[in-house]
Ligand binder design. Structure first.
Ligand SMILES: [Zn+2]
Ligand SMILES: [Zn+2]
Length: 62
């Protein structure tokens, strides 16, 4: 089994678990994340969900 990675990077804005982007003083959260591949889509980049779904398959629901 591959251990994967601990930190995922947003495919839209490039924020990570360690360095989230902030809006109105609140950190973003993952709309979809795949720690095995180290990629995700954060709440600021919902328009990338389709792209993420095509590239990575299951987005984990919406
Ligand atoms: Zn983002
Ligand atoms: Zn973000």
């Amino acid at each position: 089994m591959s251990p994967g990675v601990d930190v995922a990077t947003c495919i839209g804005c490039g924020c990570t678990d360690d360095c989230a982007c902030f809006k109105d003083g609140k950190p973003c959260y993952w709309l979809a994340v795949d720690y095995d591949r180290g990629r995700g889509v954060c709440s600021e980049c919902h328009d990338r969900l389709n792209e993420f779904g095509r590239e990575y398959g299951d987005t984990g629901g919406r």
